[in-house]
Design a protein around this ligand. Sequence first.
Ligand code: NAG
Ligand code: NAG
Ligand code: NAG
Ligand code: NAG
Ligand code: ZN
Length: 513
Amino acid sequence: MFKGYVISAAVGTTFVVLVLWLVCSSVAGMPSQYAQERKKMADKERSMRLGSQLTLNDREEMVNCYLMSLKQFMIATSTAGKTLFPPSQHFFHTKADIDNSTLFHIIQMMPKGGSLHLHESCMTSLEWVIKNLTYMDNLYTRMEESGEVRARLYLFSQASPGTEWTLMSELRAAQTDVDRFDQELLDTLAMWGTEPYASNHEAWNDFHAYFRGIDGFLTNMESRRLYDLHGIEEAYDDGLQYLEWRVSANNTDMVEYIRMLQGIVKDFKAEHPDFLGVKVIFEGMRESTPATVSDNVRKVANAMKLFPDEVKGYDLTNEEDVVNRLEHFVDVLVDDEGTALLPYFFHAGETTWSGGADMNLLDAVLLNTTRIGHGFATVKHPEVLKAVMERPIPVEVNPVSNQVLALVRDLRDHPASSMISYGAPVVISSDNPNVYFAKMQSHDSYAAFMGLASQQDDLRLLKQLAINSLKYSAMTETEKTDAFAAWQIRWDLFVEEVIAKYNLESYCQKPNL
Ligand SMILES: *[C@@H]1O[C@H](CO)[C@@H](O)[C@H](O)[C@H]1NC(C)=O
Ligand SMILES: *[C@@H]1O[C@H](CO)[C@@H](O)[C@H](O)[C@H]1NC(C)=O
Ligand SMILES: *[C@@H]1O[C@H](CO)[C@@H](O)[C@H](O)[C@H]1NC(C)=O
Ligand SMILES: CC(=O)N[C@H]1CO[C@H](CO)[C@@H](O)[C@@H]1O
Ligand SMILES: [Zn+2]
């Protein structure tokens, strides 16, 4: 339990001052030259950190003072052994406490820019899917007992595929407790439990079951339209103004899909003019044959010609440890001169292994990937890290997903923590938020700020991450200019809202040190 992190700003400020005093007094005994060298080294490191180049104005400083008092209080109580530090524990065990914290509420209010790593199939909240989509007319269902991980799974279809399928409305009408039935539907879709997954492979097995479940809604254009639209609404409510999501290249009529998407985005923007739009990266499956991938590439190239504003490139996904590596597909991803056929946005290095599937990172770099999805293994590869820093190749980091999929237990051990220290081009996103009941962005921003960041990283990091999410997006330069302007308006409003809501004018004046 994490009692006690709801503190008043005044207590927090006193606390920060106390910490500063302790830090200053502890170096008092050093020889002055050593102290100078040490300061120089620490300053140099600090200046390299992500966000360190930003300067906050007086109003932002007030928010920063409060945010940091909340952060420092949690760090202090957990280092003193009084509480468990939430990012050090598994999301299944900490979500309720995180959701109940003021720090999380401030992050929720914050305009966080865009999300650059989301999968269409795993974004819209499952509560909504159950309460809305499973109530559609003419929905059929079939229950399967016992998969490898799940005890049971419900499949859905909008036309009866056979006699073993029942009309959902009839099955529901036969229930004595409809709420309990709906809860069961939700539980069988979700990737959630009392215990974390034992391994990445176990999590992926469960994931495949989820895909089979949700597929019943994504193969029908009308339920898919409602699902995508609700996804946009949830993202916007969570402080996102822009989205890039991955859409399955297998099974999607790209032209029909993009026309549908254009329609909902246009309607949504009409009501929310500061929403910037949705762009699509089509994703193939790594277990496909090179011939299928080649076919995907041709179709995506065609879709990019037809819809240059919406379609931005191609990716290959699935459990990296067990499926074909990128190397397997190189021939169909480049032309005769060896040049990439499309802009790629490859998932690569989403593994704990070294010298295994993480070798995909080398191919991603050689294929001139626009960004790297996950790049969990990036810091194990000096040449990859060099390309990431120099070109730059932004890395899409998804902390909560990595924890739930059993790549990392304590988020302070997340390898992107090092990338934040080096000032690498990192963006934070949520990957598959709906399956484990995360918000579209806030839980991952919280994880980055509390778990991946240093104890001192402050509002500047969060602001830089929001800036990065627009800067490293697939928007054109003109679109980016508009995007920054739209985000800046929201950011300034956010700063004033937090000052007013938490009374920071009186609590967080500049300390008189
Ligand atoms: C689902 O939600 C949409 C709007 O979000 C609404 O138009 C539709 O009627 C709902 N469907 C059901 C079955 O509740
Ligand atoms: C692609 O979709 C077809 C159905 O249209 C399915 O049979 C096949 O397994 C899918 N391929 C992959 C690699 O998922
Ligand atoms: C990657 O970009 C470099 C520099 O523009 C180019 O020389 C190389 O051919 C590209 N590689 C591929 C696979 O497109
Ligand atoms: C910050 C916050 O939301 N705190 C709430 C945590 O939960 C308790 C009990 O439900 C509320 O009283 C607090 O306000
Ligand atoms: Zn992903």
